[in-house]
Design a protein around this ligand. Sequence first.
Ligand code: FMN
Length: 179
Amino acid sequence: MTSALFGLSSLAPEGVGQNFRSTMRRFPATVTVITACASGDQRDHGMTVTAVTSVSMEPPSLLVCLNNRTLLHELLLCRPDFIVNVLTQDQIALSDAFSGKVSPEERFRDGQWQRHDNGVLYLPTAHAAIACRRVAAMPYGTHTVFIGQVVSADVSETTRPLLYENAQYCAASPASLPA
Ligand SMILES: Cc1cc2nc3c(=O)[nH]c(=O)nc-3n(C[C@H](O)[C@H](O)[C@H](O)COP(=O)(O)O)c2cc1C
């Protein structure tokens, strides 16, 4: 089978998928909880996501990659507003809760969540909170790439972001050349 993108074969040679998975495990990534809200019954939902990257400054925008089987994926196809809450090093329990250890209904039990002007819950104690409006969604393979145009962005100067590498939570520390 040939992909519509650049004519690449969508079937990778045997072993490449496994090597890619092992390689990506070693990419340190910032841990976020992405929140959204279903209309009508105001059903709040959130999920732990590391696949978040800035796209452009004009307009300010970022992308998020979500597995097609997740509830958040379903929600973002219907509702345009979402918030990227970048977790602090003290918020490992929240990351665990929002990555499946706690049922979707119970996930907002811990944390001092507040409602943004766009109706979506955000975490004022997070390292950063970036409110976005979905402007594009591109399905590819098992995932969909959502592009969000940034509506507001706030970062704390007193906290440090939580990272994830090799299936472990970790923290960044400054690196420098040997003296
Ligand atoms: C550290 C970490 C990062 C994750 N990053 C992503 C991601 O970028 N995209 C994704 O689709 N799932 C990611 N997941 C998996 C989802 O958080 C997990 O499948 C979640 O349970 C799905 O939410 P749901 O139960 O509401 O459908 C990540 C999980 C962890 C622990």
